[in-house]
Every structure is written in C-alpha cells, then in structure tokens.
Design a protein around this ligand. Structure first.
Ligand code: ZN
Length: 266
C-alpha cells in the first residue's frame, strides 16, 4: 500500500521576526519520540466531561513565571517547573514568551474530537508576541528551544504532530508548533500516583461489576469469565513494553484482577 504526502496551505502568513527567537526554523520530526499523544476520547475517559462541575475544583489560575495561566492544576504545576528551567537555560527567551490560551473548551478545528485545551492540559505559546503559523512545517526558533524542555516533563509538542490523513492514503501536515499538551504517558502517571482520585467514578466500571446470581452455577461462571474483561485490556499493547511505571501499573492491575476473580469463586 502506498501513501503520499501533499502540501497543505499554511494558516495565514508568518509575521516578520523581531529577534532571533521568532525566526523560522526547521522542526525535528522525532521531537516527540518516547511520548504518546492522548486522544480527546482517552482524556474524556480519564478526566470526564470537561464542562462538568467535577473538574472545576481542579482548574487553577497561577503565575507560572513569564505569564499567568489557567488550566488543570497538575498541568499548571508542571508548567511552573518547565518555566523555571527555561529561565535558567534561556533567560532572554523567557522574557519573550507569552500565553496564547490554556483552558478553552472547544473542539479540534476541523474535527468532532475535543481539543485537550478543553481540560486545560494544553497551552499555546507566542514568542515576541508572534503567533506561529500552522501547517508550514516550520517553527519559531524559541519554540524549538522550548520543545525539549517540555518533552522532559512529559509534554507532547504540536510542532511534531503526526501527519493527518486527508483521505485514504493521502496525508498532509498537522504541524502546530505553538501548541504543547500533556502526553498520554504523563496522564497515566498522574492516574497511577493517585492524583486523579477525585475524578475517578465511585462506582466500579461495568467490567468489574459482579454479575447477578443465576440458577445455573455453571452458566454464571462461564458468563462471568466471558464478561470479565481486563480493565486495562485496551491499554496494554502500546505502553506495556514501553514504560517502567506502566509495567508496574499493569502488574498492580493484574493482581487486582486476579484477586477479584479469586473473590468471586465460590
Ligand atoms: Zn493549542
């Protein structure tokens, strides 16, 4: 099967640079290696409806260094750490970056999927007050310097978003270099360390619910066997072999699963 990549019209015209930090540079296509990006549906499962009251106590406005940002509490905390590193490593760049939006409940442009901005776990950043133009496969120099620091803290860079499928076998650029978002890896880390407890439903998900008693014991057991899906089944293939802590999380889940099955044996 062959696939081809076609040029996509950049979204507007790039403003002239005001310093070396707002000059256009090439993008490292491997900038996100080691991280996975989280889909809107994955985040919805983990953090719930972005408009619900449940998430509100976890939304916070704070000074993160070069600017104020309002977003998901743990993302804002992570931004503070990122910015303190930027200040030490690139003090001039630090004074030239501004926030172009963190928590904005919206869909991804041209898609029905919610943007990660909806939960306040993504941020858009300007350099020299200049907005990086999307889809031109180039990035403001300052953004290319920020990307490795964000990466170190588990954030996925829009500059190296994977190409978007335009139609079957035809791809075009999905580059959005001003955009940084919390990776799937980081979200799972938050969940694994219990930071998302207040958002986890009190009721067990249906996969773990004990089936109703039935007259035929044999049948019940068979049914239970079939109906009892591993709670993390969908997540296994991609990250199981990747990450140390994910492997640990897997082991814990597997033990819980075995214990659950054990308790149901009668
Ligand atoms: Zn964005």
């Amino acid at each position: 099967m062959t696939s081809k990549r076609i040029a996509r019209p950049p979204e507007g015209t790039q403003a002239a640079a005001k310093s070396k930090y707002s000059e256009l540079h090439d993008i490292d296509p491997n900038a996100n290696n080691g991280l996975q990006n989280a889909s809107g549906s994955f985040v919805a499962k983990l953090l719930g409806d972005p408009t619900s009251d449940k998430i509100k106590p976890l939304i916070k406005l704070a000074d993160v260094g070069p600017f104020k940002a309002e977003g998901f509490k743990f993302a804002v905390e992570s931004l503070k750490l990122i910015m303190s590193e930027v200040e030490v490593k690139y003090p001039e760049l630090y004074s030239r970056i501004t926030n172009d939006g963190m928590r904005v409940v919206r869909k991804i442009k041209g898609s029905s999927s919610p943007s990660l901005h909806s939960w306040g776990i993504a941020i858009d950043i300007r350099v020299d007050k200049i907005k990086d133009v999307r889809f031109n496969d180039k990035a403001l120099y300052g953004l290319t310097l920020l990307a490795p620091i964000f990466h170190k803290h588990g954030w996925y860079w829009g500059g190296a978003f994977r190409d978007k499928q335009k139609e079957k076998g035809v791809y075009w650029s999905n580059e959005d270099a001003m955009h940084f978002e919390v990776s799937k890896n980081k979200l799972l880390e938050w969940q694994n360390t219990g930071l998302l407890k207040s958002l986890i439903p009190a009721k067990l998900p249906p996969a773990l619910a004990v089936p109703k008693p039935s007259t035929s014991k044999k049948k019940v057991n068979k049914k239970a066997e079939n109906g009892l899906k591993h709670p993390l089944a969908a997540e296994t293939s991609a990250w199981h072999q990747k990450d140390h802590y994910n492997t640990k999380r897997w082991n814990i889940a597997s033990r819980l699963y075995s214990l659950h099955r054990f308790l149901r044996e009668d």
